[in-house]
Design a protein. Sequence first.
Length: 350
Amino acid sequence: MASMLEQHILRSPLIGYSFRRIILDDSGRAIDYEFLEVNDAFERFTGLARADVMGRSARKIVPGIESASFDWLGVYGEVALYGGSKEFEQYSELLGRWFRVHAYSDRKYYFTVLFLDVTEGKKQAEELEQEAARRSLLMEQSRDGIVILDENGGVYEANKKFAEMLRYPFESIRRLTVFDWEFLYPREHLIEMLRAVDEKGDHFETKHRRRDGSILDVEISTNAAWFDCRKLIFCVCRDVTERKRAEKTLLETLANARILQRGGRVRQSRKINLSREYEPRDTDPAQRRHRISRTARRNAARRRTEGIHRVHRYLRARPARHSQQRARHIEDRSGAPRSSCGSVGHPQDY
């Protein structure tokens, strides 16, 4: 007969209840058990109807229970034969559920089983464990430094890469605050940034101070989340010191190239000026006009000289004709008569 507590449990929708009797073989070993009483929660948790289990053995209701990975028959047989109680959490492959079980016996060969279906809670716990494992794997294998800050700037969690970036021992990194390594922003500005960051996050560049005092350039991505009403700030820190150094070198190279290019243009201009300096001086327009005028005068004088020479040659080539023309010219001026032949007459001829 069930006690008052058992009667209360029988009516409970939260706790599965069953009263059972152990079945032994000839050697006294538990080989099965029979269901004598179950409640509504038992039906809901196991999916087995009361009419299908009452007065029947477990091996008929759940075939294969004797070969299950967990020794259900052995555990229940020990409780039924020797008394006492056992409490455990176990997955039932046959029912596909997780149960938290409390089995006890106050009469030999009979035992009571109280159980809770913890499948959903178990799944959530496993998902949380897997998520924690993934996060841990992500943090440990990340090439970037990862640090989780609380709302006051203290280190809540960090990976080894972040400790290596700052050259601090990993064991001491959780004793630091953001004010210990931030180099660029003042304390008041950092406090404002911690308050302002939210789920949307932020992305910016800054400088961190290492333990030895050296400075490194970092690129930071942040976002905030709330856990148990506590704000945590997730920061991914990437060391961009080498990239900054390469950018600086590139800018210096480009600046030098521009200087050299400008110097080349100056040298070319100087060459042009020098070539102009060594050109004849009459390249000046006034000088050029003077040179042209002087050449023209020389040519004109040469032509006049050549003209005079042609006249002289002409005159030397025809002396007789010239003499006759000269005499005729003189006679005409003096009035002397001409001969019939056209020649000038001499006085003695008259």
